[in-house]
Design a protein around this ligand. Structure first.
Ligand SMILES: [Zn+2]
Length: 466
């Protein structure tokens, strides 16, 4: 696969001491399908001096600020954001490229490592040597481009002319394919304009390095900030009470700006798709072919969406909407969105945040917008496999030697973790999951299964990139 070759090249570069190569590590993977990412701290100055956020977390990481020799990277929070627009007729085109102060010390570190998970890969390389300097992956499945209409990558700001290359999964085979190569001149990149937002620290990290979980208000009208802040606190309580992996490293900050209109009910607004005039421009993606479009939210204007997120540093953007309906959405390394007023808040928060870390559906009916290409041979999600040879199953280390594969559901719970038929919203009969449908939080269970917990631990550990 093309991305495999990228990884191999990156590992070679790593061998030369230039780009860190993240090895698949641990339990949830034995085949390279493993958590990636790395992350850490928020808010800081732009001059390279050590600064502190409102909660006192240092943002600079001297060890990560130099980057590749001859290709200097600026310290956090300086970021160059690259947007790629997509249309079924015209394919991919480079969209706005902007500077912003949304980075963290962890972003600076993890962008110099290879993430073995993910669907869409953006790579920044040195045009003189071809060396890959920075990378980011996003997305869960092939529909991501249709649902967002644009894809966004954030890189630590670089100081020299660079080449940006986008690899996207082939819509049929899922094979990573080079679809766009453009030159970026950092000197000609304009800065994101500041907006009138109110930023409040909700909870500091209790362990370092820190990860910035930045909570944004969407669809809240003027005068509802206190209500939003209460919901943001409830979000923290849910994650703490459920001992969410890596919670000790998470620093929570709330960002409020009023929207000019409430979210309202899910409505087909026609074409061309009008921009939903809220803080983040999120709306139900009626423009997609996804049958449950009224159960998820995606940006109607990717540039405005990312300009708004960029009003504060973030590793994990978590959006709360002023809605009480039952729905939620998240994509790997992109964003998580949950309605604050739903009676199913706890379950939705945990389930959707799981998607952000790459976990797939462990329920076996309905529908999901997170589908991979139809002829993909193996999904990269750490909690789903098409393999029937136990030695090829990414969570093999969790399976006792005598457990049959596929594992009959009648053997649950006596044999524990196996590879049970189900998951993937019932979209592919090859799908196997670690526990029977209904047991894990990625289905309708009340806790994450051991494989999902381990995968999130691994992903967050990689995001910390200590
Ligand atoms: Zn699970």
């Amino acid at each position: 696969m093309v991305y495999d070759s990228i990884k191999s090249i990156a590992c070679l570069v790593a061998a030369l001491g230039l780009l860190a190569c993240q090895e698949p590590h641990d339990a949830a993977s034995n085949d390279g399908n493993e958590a990636g990412g790395k992350a850490d701290e928020p808010q800081g100055g732009t001059d390279g001096s050590s600064t502190s956020s409102s909660s006192g977390v240092s943002t600079d990481d001297p060890s990560a600020s130099t980057g590749v020799v001859g290709f200097e990277l600026e310290p956090s929070p300086n970021v160059i954001r690259v947007q790629v627009s997509w249309s079924p007729d015209d394919g991919y085109a480079l969209g706005p490229v902007k500077r912003e102060l949304s980075g963290t010390a962890a972003l600076l570190r993890r962008a110099q490592q290879v993430d073995p998970l993910g669907s869409f890969v953006g790579v920044v390389s040195d045009p003189a040597t071809g060396e890959e300097i920075l990378q980011q992956t996003i997305g869960i499945g092939v529909s991501y481009r249709e649902l967002t209409k644009s894809l966004t990558f954030r890189f630590p700001a670089f100081t020299r002319t660079a080449t940006f290359t986008l690899f996207a999964p082939d819509p049929e085979t899922g094979e990573p394919t080079e679809v766009l190569t453009e030159t970026i001149e950092p000197d000609s990149v304009s800065m994101v304009l500041p907006q009138d937002v109110r930023v409040t620290t909700i909870r500091e990290a209790t362990a370092q390095p820190a990860l910035a979980v930045t909570v944004y208000a969407e669809g809240y009208l003027e005068g509802t900030e206190e209500y939003f802040l209460e919901s943001a606190q409830t979000l923290v309580d849910v994650l703490e009470n459920n001992e969410f992996p890596g919670i000790e490293h998470m620093e929570f900050t709330a960002v409020f700006a009023p929207s000019t209109q409430p979210l309202g009910s899910a409505t087909d607004l026609g074409f061309p798709v009008p921009v939903w005039d809220s803080f983040l421009t999120l709306y139900y993606p009626y423009w997609s072919s996804f049958s449950r479009w009224h159960h998820v939210m995606y940006p109607t204007d990717e540039e405005r969406f990312r300009d708004a997120l960029a009003q504060a540093p973030y590793d994990y953007p978590f959006i709360l909407t002023d809605s009480s309906r039952f729905w939620g959405a998240a994509n790997y390394n992109a964003y998580t969105v949950v309605p604050a007023g739903t009676s199913s808040f706890t379950g939705l928060v945990l389930h959707e945040f799981g998607h952000y870390f790459g976990l797939h559906e462990e329920y076996s009916s309905q529908d999901t917008e997170l589908l991979f290409a139809p002829s993909v041979s193996e999904p990269w999600s750490p909690n789903m496999t098409f393999q029937t040879d136990v030695t090829e199953i990414k969570w093999a280390s969790h399976i006792d030697g005598e457990v049959p594969i596929p594992t009959p559901s009648g053997q649950w719970p006596s044999v524990g973790i196996g590879a049970y038929a189900g998951g993937y919203a019932g979209e592919d009969s090859r799908s196997l999951i670690p526990v029977p449908d209904g047991q894990c939080m990625m289905s309708v269970g009340s806790d994450f299964c051991d494989v999902c917990s381990a995968a999130m631990h691994d992903k967050i550990e990689a995001d910390l990139a200590p």
